[in-house]
Design a protein around this ligand. Structure first.
Ligand code: NCD
Length: 300
């Protein structure tokens, strides 16, 4: 595999290889010296046209732990604010000899375009409302490490699915790995094109769920009004303490971050023992190490 643009680029055996490689990478996190020489002399560029905390830091940590040289480029303060096109930026990166470009962009499809202009590998770190494949991989990794398997799991993905590239990538990857996904939310926030089960009733779905993945309500992508009020949304689709107690004992609660505490998820739930939110961040570094390692064909 040359690029990772979509979760649909991964078949079951490739996805499992990434998760198994990530598990090996994770053993490094417990060591005093958290570094492998694998990508020494290779250059990874982080090209972020949209705000990010977790994902950008995670890719940076992953590349550094593999000893790659890392260049962080953010659109703010660069020639992008002078109107430079993605193509001209790509040609600049190309001239600098980037072996991998990790891109986050507000336009769906931008990573795909970029992959036609640069010689190195392109990793999609979130494009518009389209996909975020490394997030789906780290989510699958987290489910597998908490619950021991992926095949046969019932996963409820709850909330603003319409604007969520995290949900879209998870739907594809989890289908590939044999889990059963139910999308839950108000009808206005469930896109019609994702071929998986849908429910508008969170309380009905919870007793049978192994995993509940709560999504952030993405107000910055909402030009129209998709629900009556924040209070009404939280009342019907927010995960609070009493609702969480409807889950089976073994079930876990996930959130990709950033959270709107008190809206889609109550603090009591986010900070509970069922929550994997902090683990997801830690696992993200191991998964991104595995992706960079496999794409750049590094040898240890
Ligand atoms: C998400 C994203 O940017 O797509 N966050 C992330 O990458 N961890 C989800 C979101 O913004 O709500």
């Amino acid at each position: 595999m040359k690029h990772l643009l979509s979760a649909t680029d991964l078949d079951a055996s490739t996805a499992t290889l990434v998760l198994d490689t990530a598990a090996e990478m994770a053993t490094l996190a417990g060591r005093e010296v958290k570094k492998l020489p694998t990508l020494r002399g290779r250059t990874v560029v982080n090209l972020f046209y949209e705000d990010s905390t977790r994902t950008r830091i995670s890719f940076e940590a992953a590349a550094k732990r593999l000893s790659a040289d890392v260049i962080n480029f953010s659109a703010k303060g660069s020639s992008v604010s002078k109107g430079e096109s993605l193509k001209d930026t790509a040609l600049t990166l190309q001239a600098m000899g980037a072996d991998a470009v990790v891109i986050r962009h507000p336009a769906s499809g931008a990573p795909h375009r970029l992959s036609t202009w640069v010689a190195g590998s392109v990793v999609n770190a979130g494009d518009g409302t389209h996909e975020h494949p490394t997030q789906a991989l780290l989510d699958a990794y987290t489910m597998r490490s908490r619950l021991g398997r992926l095949a046969g799991l019932s996963v409820a993905i709850v909330g603003d699915v319409l604007h969520s590239r995290v949900a879209r990538s998870n739907v594809h990857l989890l289908a590939t790995l044999g889990a059963k996904v139910t999308l839950v939310g108000p009808p206005t926030l469930i896109p019609p094109d994702l071929r998986t089960e849908v429910s508008y009733d969170l309380d009905a779905v919870l007793p049978d769920a192994d995993v509940v993945m709560m999504l952030r309500v993405q107000r910055e992508r909402m030009a129209a009004s998709y629900f009556p009020s924040a209070r009404e949304y939280a009342r019907r689709y927010g995960l609070d303490g009493p609702r969480m107690r409807r889950l089976p004992d073994h079930a876990i609660v996930m959130h990709p971050g950033p959270m709107n505490r008190g809206m889609e998820i109550a603090p009591e739930v986010a900070d509970s023992a069922r929550s994997t939110i902090v683990e997801q961040v830690a696992n993200g570094v191991s998964v991104r190490m595995a992706v960079l390692y496999l794409l750049l064909g590094g040898k240890s």
